[in-house]
Design a protein around this ligand. Structure first.
Ligand code: NAP
Length: 326
């Protein structure tokens, strides 16, 4: 099968389309897996960090000098059709349209665990469905589980035009809160149309200087810190950063905040599970949650897709189209 493979760390050009072996569902250990013929798969900052070889990734099994040969195909979100299932799988059958989390979806076929998949949302194409898993799950779990979002709270989403951010705006509205979305000038209009009550252009204004206070500040892109956001945080508020992988100062700031006893600073790491995917599936299916796909690149333009993501100003999500007409 064809797959986008990287055999060394570096710029987008290290990504090559190669013929590799199709995943073997019959292998021992794959009894709970589902073999998916991939239709679409989104690109996440996670993929770009792997390609660039960020130190925390190299140190945590990514491969120190060169990428670990077991994970040289990128892609952690998938939407496609089930080709066959492992013998312990009970929830899916051949022919089902599914979406969810896996490793190696920038390829014609991928294996995913049954408990990290859901049936496709109704009235939704593979492209939109592929945009959902990582970004929307992260937004959902940050707001619902970490911040314990409640009706009528005031919520600020920083980085509201990105993958996580645009889902976070819509989810915060779903939970009945008053939402302030922060993004750059060019994105104000469409992010407002997602339902935000107030907009702040981060190019012109710093929300910390405006004298407004929030119950929840979700820094979806990690361009802020707890210390330069806390002026806008209520005493009972919560600041959450999603920025866990960059070797910058966020983890240290959060550590410092916890050492000084400020429990308002939280760092969040999402975990895929089927109930949350099914929850999102229903919200997408009934039109409450709208995945925004800025661009879909064919698999053989994977390097262009990474370059697009590298510029740091994606509007919503970038998706890779692997197959047509499934
Ligand atoms: N914790 C977790 O479990 C988890 C899961 C997934 C991702 N992440 C991390 O979360 C971060 C965001 O992921 P994502 O998929 O949402 O990324 P993304 O889609 O690439 O985010 C792009 C957005 O960032 C905004 N942005 C860029 N520079 C900005 C600035 N200086 N101020 C404000 N906004 C700025 C851009 O908005 P404008 O163009 O409007 O400025 C753009 O819309 C990444 O660091 C990723 O690694 C964490």
């Amino acid at each position: 099968m064809k797959a986008a493979v990287y055999r060394s760390y570096g710029p987008p050009e290290v990504l090559k389309i190669e013929d590799v072996e199709k995943p073997d569902i019959g292998r021992e250990g794959h009894e709970d897996r589902v073999l998916i013929k991939v239709h679409s798969a989104s690109v996440n900052p996670f993929d770009n960090l792997h390609r660039k070889g960020y130190l925390p990734i190299r140190l945590s099994g990514g491969g120190f000098g060169r990428p670990n040969p077991d994970i040289q195909i990128m892609g952690i979100d998938v939407a496609g059709r089930v080709e066959t299932v492992g013998k312990h799988v009970t929830g899916f059958k051949a022919g089902d349209s599914v979406f969810g989390h896996c490793l190696g979806s920038h390829a014609e076929y991928v294996l995913a665990r049954e408990n990290k998949l859901s049936l496709l949302p109704k009235n939704t194409g593979f492209q939109e469905a592929a945009a959902v898993p990582c970004a929307a799950l992260t937004a959902l779990q940050a707001l619902r589980d970490v911040a314990q979002i409640r009706k009528d709270q005031k919520v600020l989403i920083y980085g509201a035009s990105g993958g996580i951010g645009h889902f976070a705006v819509q989810l915060a509205k779903f939970y009945g809160t008053e939402v302030t979305a922060v993004c750059s000038t060019a994105n104000l209009k469409w992010v407002k149309e997602l339902g935000a009550d107030h907009m702040i252009d981060h190019v012109r204004q710093d929300f910390n200087d405006l004298g407004r206070k929030y119950d929840i500040i979700l820094d979806a892109v990690g361009k802020r810190t707890f210390f330069n956001s806390r002026g806008a945080l209520l005493k009972t508020g919560v600041y959450i950063t999603e920025h866990v992988l960059y070797p910058k100062y966020h983890p240290l700031q959060l550590l410092l905040a916890s050492v000084t006893g400020d429990k308002r600073a939280k760092i969040h790491m999402s975990k895929t599970n089927a109930p949350d995917l099914e929850f999102l599936r229903d919200l997408v299916g009934d039109g409450t949650l709208r995945p925004v796909v800025e661009k879909c690149y064919p698999l053989d333009q994977i390097a262009q897709a990474h370059r697009h993501m590298d510029n740091g100003h994606t509007r919503g999500k970038i998706v890779i189209g692997v197959a047509n007409g499934l």
